[in-house]
Design a binder for this molecule. Sequence first.
Ligand SMILES: [Zn+2]
Length: 147
Amino acid sequence: MDQKIKLVCECGTINQFAVEKLDATPKCGICHQNLFSGKPIAVDSQRLIKHIENSGLPVLIDFWAPWCGPCQSFAPIYEEFATRAGNQLRLLKVDTEASQQAGIDFNIRSIPTLSLFLNGEEKGRMSGAMALPQLQQWVVQQLTNDD
Ligand SMILES: [Zn+2]
């Protein structure tokens, strides 16, 4: 059986490919960039929804703003996590100052807020910055929760 997985590229194209290709540095069919850059992808409100609805991988989102100190100190931790997560997760970041609609749509009350989606459903949400080990642990916990 050929199991397919969907993934949205940084350019916005929805790519679909066999699951086995995940490990083979998959590239976008339109812009030909690697689908995994090892960095969080900056998205606006519309693009965020597109990722959530079309991602075969869990989607982790960092809601942040340029004026927020804790967000600034968390940014390098999040980038490091993106590198480590490789092709296991889709890491996005949303500037809630530039994309205020995203903050409204997702009911973001404080920043930074981290949100984790799987198959279009929110599995967990956490407010406040975390250190890398806590972030890793939190993500694993959300994904192994069955409820
Ligand atoms: Zn692309």
